[in-house]
Design a protein around this ligand. Structure first.
Ligand code: N01
Length: 542
């Protein structure tokens, strides 16, 4: 029961525009708005039957944002942020999707978007300096610029487990959840995976299913979200301070004003002081625990203090000591995405929930009515794959992006993504990646990073139009230096020490490269601004 969320594709269209925007999630919608405001004619394409991107597809029970809504929202329009009200501290998927739809209407973006239409190729013709974009609905659109806002977590991934296709019960992927919802009442349900999606879906499915079996390979670190309704006074206070909050967010590593910018080492304070600080952050309901001290993500001994703190919490909450021990994460906290949950660990105290440690006894086969591990068979009526995405590069590489003289994105990125500033790749002129690999993107508040990238791209296009420049691409040397810088920074941290989708290790055969820029939102913005101030240093124009 995989949701493709597609209606019949509209009749094909052939036209010439100034810019194509691929994707109508947070990134694509803002790009459409911004580019249109420059006076450009823009064509948007969206594979789904509605706008929303991530929030359109990930409709599983419990899906909600793990950044507070006050920060995980657009800042580009004062009217928008004043008129919209968030009902919860961490908005759930339906509310975020309503917000995105409101934005599409409020800024009249729908006429710019072809829904139910997946871009399959983009070929740059050197002679005419135009991109020719084709879709699975048969459209061909020529454009001077392409803006890829196709998402970092938009290509779902299934595990290569023998017999997967033979399962006779209903199968779901959290990232392609049926819009009409699913009723698991009375069913024996299996969940494979224990990442951010799984920790949200598990507590809710456990409340419904007759029995839930969770197949866990790597235990995550997850902290209590402490979600709650937003009180009217709280909302008014936000709304008075919105500009201050947005500006403060820009001056942080994570792009979140509520996250402190650490100045101290974890090792220069007493154990008691550390414990008090960690308790405060555990009580706050944020993932900011990784930012309490400035060396938690670079120093093993410092990290051990915070990792142990959370590990002990797991042992305190989960009653069965064997189950608790299996749930205790072993990697350095923060090197894989830290999750926020509501009752995740508590769910394992329920009588109808079984945790299966597939690190110890791997899944051998999926049969028509069961999942069999090296130790035991688990009969199931339904199976949920919470197995993640071919992150950051998967969606871009699924599109045949090339030039007429044979430069292809797939070749350029064959050993891992290579970009200048995460924005563009050498050899491929006039095509921009919104929050692409080599930018802070998934390590930060995505909305802040999307706005920063789209603003940068829009300014760049406005400058090109004004200066009569038709082409832009990064110089090879600038790109090489940037890639070295991104890799060098990552290598100084603990991030590459854990397998994760940041490194592509969840996809067999994918090059092991740490893809996001770890230097933080503030430092990254400064570099981007300096590049512009320095006459677009590292870019060549034609
Ligand atoms: O995916 P994941 P996700 N056999 O890749 C397991 C964002 N997000 O959809 O770690 C068995 O994190 C895999 O095990 P392992 C957020 O950025 C945000 O949960 O490879 N298991 C892992 O446990 C997040 O990080 C929000 O050992 C297999 C799980 O499947 C990102 O999206 C909510 C397997 C995949 O976890 C992705 O999260 C949801 C196999 N062959 C998502 N293959 C919020 O804002 C994979 N697994 C709240």
């Amino acid at each position: 029961k995989l949701n493709t969320q597609r209606a019949d594709a509209p009749a094909p269209r052939h036209r010439r525009v100034d810019a194509v925007v691929v994707g109508a999630g947070f990134g694509g919608l803002y790009a459409l708005h911004k580019l249109r405001s420059l006076g450009l004619e823009v064509q948007g394409f969206e594979a789904g039957s509605g706008v929303g991107g991530t929030w359109f597809w990930n409709r599983y029970p419990g899906a909600r944002c793990d950044f507070e809504s006050v920060e995980y929202s657009y800042s580009f329009s004062e009217e928008l942020q004043q008129e919209w009200s968030w009902s919860e501290r961490y908005a759930a998927q339906p509310e975020i999707l309503r917000y995105i739809n409101h934005v599409a209407d409020r800024f009249d973006l729908r006429p710019l978007i072809r829904l139910n239409t997946r871009v399959v190729s983009a070929v740059f013709d050197r002679a005419s300096a135009l991109w020719r974009v084709t879709t699975d609905a048969g459209d061909t659109v020529e454009a001077r610029y392409c803006v890829m806002a196709s998402g970092n977590l938009s290509t779902t991934k299934f595990p290569d487990i023998a017999g997967r296709e033979s399962f006779a019960g209903d199968c779901y992927h959290t990232g392609q959840w049926p819009a009409e919802g699913v009723d698991f009442t009375g069913l024996r349900v299996g969940v494979i995976g224990t990442g951010s999606s799984a920790i949200q879906v598990i507590p809710l499915v456990a409340q419904q299913a007759e029995h839930l079996v969770v197949f866990q390979r790597t235990p995550p670190y997850t902290l209590p979200a402490r979600n709650r309704p937003v009180a009217p006074q709280e909302e008014q206070a936000w709304k008075r301070r919105y500009n201050e909050i947005r500006e403060a967010a820009k001056r942080t590593i994570s792009g979140i004003a509520a996250f402190c910018k650490p100045t101290q080492s974890a090792l220069e304070v007493s154990e008691e002081e550390r414990r008090t600080a960690y308790e405060r952050h555990w009580g706050d309901g944020r993932t900011s625990i990784t930012r309490v001290y400035n060396d938690l993500l670079v120093n093993e001994a410092a990290n051990a203090t915070v990792s142990k703190f959370v590990q002990d919490k797991v042992r305190e909450i989960v009653k069965d000591p064997v189950v608790a021990e299996a749930l205790v994460p072993r990697h350095f906290l923060g090197t894989r995405r830290v999750c926020l949950d509501t009752d995740y660990y508590e769910t394992y105290n329920r009588a109808n929930v079984t945790l299966v440690d597939i690190q110890r006894a791997p899944i051998e086969v999926i049969t028509p009515d069961a999942v069999r591990t090296a130790e035991k068979e688990y009969p199931l009526d339904a199976l949920i794959f919470a197995t993640g995405f071919d992150a950051m590069t998967g969606t871009l590489l699924a599109i045949d992006i090339r030039t007429s003289d044979g430069v292809t994105l797939r070749d350029q990125w064959s050993a891992g993504p290579r970009t200048y500033l995460g924005l563009m790749t050498h050899g491929l002129p006039n095509i921009f990646f919104v929050t692409g690999p080599g930018s802070p993107s998934v390590l930060t508040n995505m909305i802040l990073s999307i706005e920063q990238h789209v603003d940068w791209i829009a300014q760049c296009l406005a400058d090109m139009e004004r200066n009569g420049q038709a082409l832009i691409e990064p110089e090879l040397a600038a790109q090489d230096d940037w890639v070295d810088h991104v890799n060098g920074l990552a290598a100084k941290t603990l991030y590459p020490r854990a397998n994760s989708w940041y490194l592509g290790t969840n996809v067999p055969g994918k090059p092991r490269v740490f893809m996001p820029y770890v230097g933080g939102a503030e430092a990254y913005r400064k570099v981007c601004d300096e590049v512009v101030a320095d006459g677009y240093r590292g870019f060549a124009f034609g």
